[in-house]
Design a protein around this ligand. Structure first.
Ligand code: DON
Length: 569
């Protein structure tokens, strides 16, 4: 009998056999994909900066240390919740230039294909102009977004927030294995553009792990932004370099487009789930709507009764995902151009009716649910960071160049890469984009419009107190990744690292296929197949950067490679 308690303990622990400990700290925490950038944020917090200050400094630092997705030439979203309960959402998503129009990518589409290989995966990028080269970029929003955040909600001087990034760009930083491999494997894209080839591929003398990458042109841009603010980027010397490059190379963005760009403040979406308040991204993100629809269908369903990683739990989750992604394909776009039926999509009655079509034992057929989304390749290169300061202010930022290293174009003389975010529009009606998403008229290209996004920075509150800060890259899989982070903590009692390490699944309605990570066991897969799911294995559903508040402690959990993007104090 004496063996019984320990056997029981082992049984209880078994479901979390993949788990490791989170980084724990009491005062402040930054979780990003890169520990150098996370430490920059922690230093800002230690020196009296608040969570917004730290987030701004991390944003600029990642633009130096994580060139695949950290950026000046892209855009993103920042969700802020102040300790006093106020919250806001900063939309600094890229904007279509004024010359853009619905069919701008039809003429020269699909002129070939390039191969890229990242971590053993072969990916194919069609050489169409919404993905590669000068015409692929929307007007970048990051610099305006970070300036808006700092001027309105930060307390440290702007210059101080840029100083660490300037230092990293000027003095250089140590290239690690992941960056070296990522740069090498992006030769097909970066090698096409002389400035990218020179800076990031050293003209073929690839950077090796342990070497120092210095970026003097980028340092000069960051210094000007530190001195002159976002004005330099949108109206000054940097704007001129960008617009001149565009003009010389047949791009669309003009000085006037840059001058007109504004970051927009929007109201976050919110809803209750089991006594937790979930605060999340409004359109032009589709992510917040997705998360809230899925939570609405899950609440009260008892989906979790079989336990974490049980076939019955995955089945129910997959059915909820199927229904939510079907809606995504049709009803979401930039709210300044299209009336998103938010009230209808998040209506409790609608969600209950949607839930009532789920059979607990049998997979539905996507054809019978609704039309719109196709198979997806997942690029890993958007990036998310989460910050909490000692007062309990919280910031969740997801920003991106879209694809890994964006359009491949580095602005000559300015050392930063440009996004290929125009591909997030429905650029070729009826054809899937890079993430396999086929989107409708609502998301067509229009001048001054922001493309629909899946980025889902999310903050969770319980009894008026901060509980979680979450987000991830992963293209169309982001929404499901963030959903599962929330469920792992709320419904399955995991800590921050367990919650990001635990296996995840992904269903996006079309194709009618259930993707599962390797931690879902073969016998569970067999049960899912028996229920009628077409199950495929995939390597990962997003990469989460999660902070969980656990009593006095802040827990940081990160999916970053190499592990350890969390830093606290
Ligand atoms: O906004 C979006 O949904 C996409 N541009 C995000 C791209 C992404 O997550 C790529 N990497 N994981």
């Amino acid at each position: 009998m004496r063996i019984f308690p320990s056997a029981l303990l082992i049984l209880l622990l078994l479901p979390f056999a993949w788990s490791t400990e989170p980084v724990r700290a009491r005062r402040g925490m930054v979780v990003s994909t890169d520990v150098i950038a996370s430490k920059v944020g922690v230093e800002v917090l230690k020196n009296g900066g608040n969570a917004v200050d730290a987030a701004v400094a991390v944003g600029f630092a990642l633009a130096v240390t994580h060139p695949a997705a950290g950026n000046l030439g892209g855009g993103g979203f920042m969700l802020i919740r102040h300790a006093d309960g106020r919250d806001t959402f900063l939309d600094f998503r890229e904007m279509a230039p004024s010359s853009a129009h619905r069919d701008m990518y039809l003429a020269k589409a699909n002129s070939g294909a390039i191969q890229s290989d990242y971590q053993g995966r072969q990916m194919q990028i069609e050489l169409n102009e919404s993905l590669v080269g000068w015409r692929a970029s929307g007007v970048p929003g990051t610099v305006r977004g970070l300036e808006l955040a700092s001027s309105k909600y930060g307390r440290k001087p702007w210059k101080d927030l840029l100083a660490p990034a300037v230092k990293l760009a000027k003095g250089g930083f140590r290239v690690d294995y992941t960056l070296a491999e990522s740069l090498k494997s992006s030769t097909a894209l970066l090698g096409r553009f002389p400035e990218s080839k020179r800076i990031f591929l050293r003209d073929g003398q690839y950077y090796d792990a342990g070497e120092t990458l210095r970026q003097p042109e980028l340092a000069a841009v960051l210094e000007r932004i530190a001195e002159q603010g976002a004005r330099d980027f949108y109206e000054g010397e940097t704007a001129r370099l960008l617009a001149a490059g565009m003009k010389r190379n047949g791009g669309e963005i003009t000085l006037n487009d840059l001058k007109r760009y504004r970051a927009v403040e929007r109201q976050p979406l919110r809803a209750e789930y089991k006594g937790y308040t979930v605060i999340t991204a409004p359109p032009p993100s589709s992510g917040g709507v997705g998360i809230l629809e899925m939570l609405g269908m899950l609440e009260g369903s008892g989906y979790e009764k079989g336990g974490f990683n049980a076939a019955s739990t995955w089945h129910y989750l997959a059915e909820v995902m199927r229904r939510s992604y079907a809606d995504r394909s049709e009803f979401l776009a930039d709210p300044d151009f299209y009336r998103v039926p938010l009230g209808r999509l998040l209506d409790k009655g609608y969600l209950a009716a949607r839930r009532s079509t789920i059979d607990r034992d049998k997979a539905s057929r996507s054809e019978e649910i609704r039309p719109g989304i196709a198979p997806g390749y997942e690029s890993m290169e958007t990036t998310h960071f989460s910050v909490v300061d000692r007062d309990g202010n919280a910031v969740a930022v997801t920003y991106t160049l879209n694809g890994s290293y964006g359009s491949g174009v580095t602005v000559p003389g300015a050392g930063f890469l440009l996004n290929n975010e125009m591909d997030d529009f429905a650029t070729r009606p009826g054809q899937a984009n890079m993430f396999g998403l086929v989107q409708g008229e609502a998301n067509k290209v229009e001048p001054g419009k922001r493309p629909l996004s899946s980025m889902t920075p999310t903050i969770v509150v319980k009894d008026g107190k901060l509980s979680m800060v979450a987000g991830a890259p992963g293209g169309g899989r982001i929404i499901n990744a963030v959903l599962q982070a929330l469920l792992n903590v709320i419904d399955f009692g995991m800590n921050a690292q367990q919650a990001v390490d635990a296996p995840r699944i992904h269903h996006q309605w079309m194709p009618d296929r259930l993707s599962v990570e390797s931690g879902v066991s073969p016998d569970t897969v067999a049960l899912l197949k028996r229920m009628g799911h077409d199950v495929v294995r995939i390597d990962t559903v997003g990469r989460l950067q999660l902070i969980v508040v656990n009593g006095e402690w802040l827990e940081g959990g990160s999916n970053s490679i190499p592990h350890g993007g969390a830093a606290g104090y």
